[in-house]
Design a binder for this molecule. Sequence first.
Ligand SMILES: C[S@@+](CC[C@H](N)C(=O)[O-])C[C@H]1O[C@@H](n2cnc3c(N)ncnc32)[C@H](O)[C@@H]1O
Length: 296
Amino acid sequence: MKAHPVTPAKLSDSELDEIRALIEQRSAIFFDASRERFFSTRIREYLEEQGIHTGGELARQIRGSSTEYETLIERLLTQETSFFRYPEVFDALEKKILPEVQERKFWDNPRTLRIWSAGCSTGEEPYSVAITLCEALKFAEAWDIEILATDISRRALRHAERGAYSKRSLENLPAARLETYFTASKHGYQVKPRIRRMISFVQMNLAESVYVGKIDCIFCMNVLMYFSEQRRLSILRRFYDALEPGGYFLLGHSETLSHSPVQFEPVVIGGYRVYRKPGAKPAETRRAAALAEGAQ
Ligand SMILES: C[S@@+](CC[C@H](N)C(=O)[O-])C[C@H]1O[C@@H](n2cnc3c(N)ncnc32)[C@H](O)[C@@H]1O
């Protein structure tokens, strides 16, 4: 264990700026003026805990070591989340998005359904998606389903994979859902294995361009707000490219797509604004293509 310094660590404004720039370069997370206090407090706490004497020394360490960088990043992430955080979004998934996909892909073989929770934190969001699919999808066994859940935080992903939650974090879930999808444990509840198996948890930094294949619906809620405008736009373009024509892009409650470089169609469902990628081929065209392929 590292010794605690006797004197408080020295941290100048220029050192803070250097650390901020290093973090933005690697993770895209940008601490603007509105989060200045949070940022400088966390950095100071980190220096003292680790026994690092100056901001310059910390900057050198995170430049030279991925382990130091990852430990620091974990302290700076905001991971607030909850089950069915915005119930309107899950209603939209059930009543509009899934029925559209079912109709459009009825003739596809294999019939795939891929949903991406980008910035999934401790898992509440992808598990809410999985529960919605179980309840809403007709003939679920006829579908090849994958929920891809990604986050930069290894710690959050470990929690997500265990699928264990406190009673308090589940207090708003109706008893019937708790009983169907969770097993009671000593300190709370654990998501049942059949639901956990629907999700692939993968560590992924949204600042890096990683191939994910074609996706029908992307949840990126309360994540893009941490990035600079320029990063936000390039990540948005990647999301757009990953979506199937007709696929949906979902943001958090107070987020909107302003100055977007891509042409999503805004669609309001139950008072909630979601975004659709245009250009879906009608079911009839897909059917004709499937029949033509079968005839060959
Ligand atoms: C506030 S939480 C949102 C969780 C969930 N989407 C929700 O709305 O309830 C933001 C998440 O984004 C993740 N995150 C931040 N920067 C990221 C990056 N560059 N790549 C991937 N995930 C990132 C954080 O680790 C955190 O889990």
